[in-house]
Design a protein around this ligand. Structure first.
Ligand SMILES: CC(C)(COP(=O)(O)OP(=O)(O)OC[C@H]1O[C@@H](n2cnc3c(N)ncnc32)[C@H](O)[C@@H]1OP(=O)(O)O)[C@@H](O)C(=O)NCCC(=O)NCCS
Length: 159
């Protein structure tokens, strides 16, 4: 992970929609993912395959650093809004991958016509809360939640 003030490493990263064939590589990534769980019980310590299978019905994105899966993001739409979750392997954090995944999720949410995207994490998850803030999300009444109203707040592109 990048420490404050440290320069962003230039890494060739590709984000694309997840496909069923990514399951084994995702399992490999989550096998060594730390900390586990990282946010509200996710990714789970056990039965990661079952968790991935439950998520398979939702729009999901994978980030590749070279040929290796470095991150995973999911959008769970319900009642016109969508919950977001982003996981970047610790070997690849601080390189803009979380932002790319979240941006892909926001594009998908707009494509689906969702009015709001939201997420939840612990108050001490500074990386996730700062990432959300950097992408235009605001804190909810419950400060563990963050949300973005899509009609009113287009995502800001990193120059
Ligand atoms: C949260 C997480 C997805 C961020 O992914 P990442 O690829 O490291 O984030 P990025 O490099 O894209 O950073 C984007 C922004 O997030 C914030 N950020 C990321 N890591 C940070 C850190 N360690 N400390 C403070 N802010 C951080 C910054 O605002 C950063 O923008 P900047 O680089 O202009 O300062 C990653 O830390 C992670 O997977 N954590 C464990 C899983 C988790 O908690 N997921 C949340 C589930 S809801």
């Amino acid at each position: 992970m990048r420490s404050p003030g440290e320069a962003r490493t230039a890494v060739e990263t590709v984000v694309r929609r997840a496909i069923i064939e990514d399951r084994d590589a995702l399992l490999d990534m989550y096998q060594t993912f730390q900390p586990r769980p990282a946010s509200l019980g996710l990714p789970p310590n056990a039965n990661v395959g079952e968790w991935l299978d439950r998520l398979a019905g939702y729009p999901s994105f994978v980030a590749f650093a070279g040929s290796e899966i470095a991150g995973h993001g999911v959008l769970c739409p319900e009642n016109g809004a969508g919950e977001v979750a982003v996981f970047v392997h610790q070997d690849h954090r601080g390189q803009g991958i979380g932002e790319k995944l979240l941006r892909a999720i926001l594009d998908e949410a707009r494509r689906l016509g969702l009015s709001r995207v939201w997420g939840t994490t612990q108050l001490d998850n500074t990386p996730m809360l700062r990432l959300a803030h950097a992408m235009g999300f605001v804190r909810g009444k419950d400060p563990c939640t963050f949300h973005l109203d899509l009609q009113r707040a287009p995502s800001q592109s990193r120059p």
